[in-house]
Design a protein around this ligand. Sequence first.
Ligand SMILES: [Zn+2]
Ligand SMILES: [Zn+2]
Length: 214
Amino acid sequence: MTERKSEEAEITCDCKLGRIAKKYDLLALDKALVEYWTDDGDEQRSTRELATYVNHRILETALTNANVPRKEGEVENTYRLLTSDDITSGTRIETKKHLQRDGVPVEDVESDFVSHQTVYNHLTKCLDASVETPSDEERLERSAEKLGALQNRTAVVTADTVDQLDRKGILEIGEFNVNVSVTVTCEDCFQEYTIRDLLDQQSCDCKRLGASER
Ligand SMILES: [Zn+2]
Ligand SMILES: [Zn+2]
């Protein structure tokens, strides 16, 4: 916890989650939330899971502040007793009474618990995080789609124009097809590619030539 100062300064927003993070001194919470949310592997967690994660830390801090000695898994268990649907109201009341006796401000703690919506808003609005950061493949795919649509449009307009001129007798042509092909030429290796091939290969010949020189 030597990085305490800089991490404290990290939380700057004033939404519920930002206020809670300050109140409970939840260090590096933003960093953890963004990492878990945007992880594209096994560590990825939903905003629902992240809300539980935040709430566990709130409860943990509240128990620590009240000097309640804890056993392993007690935070998770107490949280479940306070919030889960499958807990009877009798058990819930008992749990609250118990916490109050221990000096935990349980009403405050409960109203400080965050919802998955609060986590989502904090991530997207305060932290400007997004899980929709496209991968290289998605970018290539979108680019191919965009250019493909543009080529189709060019083909349609060309066919219409030729057709109109044909009908007016200004131009003569039989049945026809229009093909639009865009090529890109590298001025270093002089290779010419259709845009489709270039997107598929993701490089011109420069890379290959450069590699063989080494
Ligand atoms: Zn926020
Ligand atoms: Zn090249």
